[in-house]
Design a protein around this ligand. Structure first.
Ligand code: CP
Length: 325
């Protein structure tokens, strides 16, 4: 079946079902909700109360991580195995990508090994799109592509597991004020979070950052901008911290990490401005003493490790919906 765009969305087939997961932007609310609802019973498998499900039995999932990862790569592998898939982790550092093989040649060769799904992380924004387009153009769009983070563009499964976490603790998206704090400019996670929060009906999404770490015209994404952290945190239900993405920064955007922490680091006194039952989230990896104080990261409002566990169930849901028997 060829990929037909629904409302310009290349990841949906003609029935409005997911064929690839490339970005949250443009996905309808019912698709997001269906993913979260599908993930709910999988938490039992993620937490090992039920051992395995046969939904991807006989299917091959290839993890292609061209960029470093701890959480995403490992939880995709766990999720695929809990769905009974065969999982192949391509070791990029010892692969023929280092001998000059192009991304699409690598994809063609793995497709020839009867791949059913590619989970792709790449430093270049758009790499998973390129692969999905190539598969469609060569009549192989029965192979599903999942974006596991591309450049600054998108990290859809992180956005989804964050939504799952918020729904778990706060129940109703339509009553919330959510703050996203830190390096929004370089963050694919922030973009996915903003699209998901808006689609799911969160009435106020705030971004809190210095002007140098905000994209141009960020308000157009549907957020309220604060350049003062204390003001921005007042009365929020959810605080989503972001990592300073030094690997993507060009030039001096900040005086120093110590200065950054002073103004933009989440400390107990700043967190006290949020609602008393506010939850603190972070996609990881965390830089303690840069964007978050250890007293907060390890405190009783932090849900950072539950986010990781929910990530298994959410990734199971995505893979089952894309390629499940
Ligand atoms: N949140 C996240 O993407 O973490 P990793 O880089 O460890 O996968």
């Amino acid at each position: 079946m060829s990929v037909i765009t629904t409302g310009g969305n290349p990841q949906l087939n003609r029935h409005g079902e997911l064929n690839h997961l490339l970005t949250i932007e443009g996905l309808p609310r019912d698709v997001l909700t269906r993913i979260l609802d599908t993930a709910a019973p999988f938490t039992e498998v993620a937490e090992r109360e039920v051992k395995k499900l046969p939904l991807l039995r006989g299917k091959s999932v290839f993890n292609l991580f061209f960029e470093n990862s701890t959480r995403t790569r490992t939880t995709f592998e766990i999720a695929a195995k809990r769905l009974s898939a065969d999982v192949i982790n391509l070791n990029i550092s010892t692969s023929s990508a280092n001998k000059g093989e192009t991304l699409l040649d690598t994809v063609d060769n793995l497709a020839a090994m009867q791949a059913d799904m590619f989970v792709v992380r790449h430093a270049s924004s758009g790499a998973p799109y390129l692969i999905a387009q190539h598969l469609a153009a060569t009549g192989r769009d029965h192979i599903h592509v999942v974006n596991a983070g591309d450049g600054r563009h998108a990290h859809p499964t992180q956005g989804l597991l964050d939504m799952y976490t918020i729904r778990h603790y706060k129940k109703d998206f339509t009553q919330l004020t959510v703050a996203i704090v830190g390096d929004v400019l370089h963050s694919r996670v922030a973009r996915s979070q903003i699209h998901a929060l808006n689609t799911l009906g969160v009435p106020e999404v705030r971004v809190i950052a210095p002007k140098t770490l905000l994209p141009t015209a960020v308000e157009r994404l549907g957020v309220r901008v604060f350049n003062d952290m204390r003001e921005g945190l007042r009365g929020v239900d959810v605080v989503m911290m972001l990592r300073l993405q030094n690997e993507r920064m060009q030039g001096a955007l900040l005086p120093s990490t110590q200065e950054f922490f002073k103004s933009w680091g989440l400390t107990p006194d700043k967190l006290a401005l949020a609602k008393p039952d506010a939850i603190v989230m972070h996609p990881g990896p965390m830089n303690r003493g840069v964007e978050i104080d250890s007293a907060v990261a390890d405190g009783n409002q932090a849900v950072i490790l539950p986010q990781v566990t929910f990530g298994i169930a959410v990734r199971m849901a995505v893979m089952a919906m894309l390629g499940g028997n």
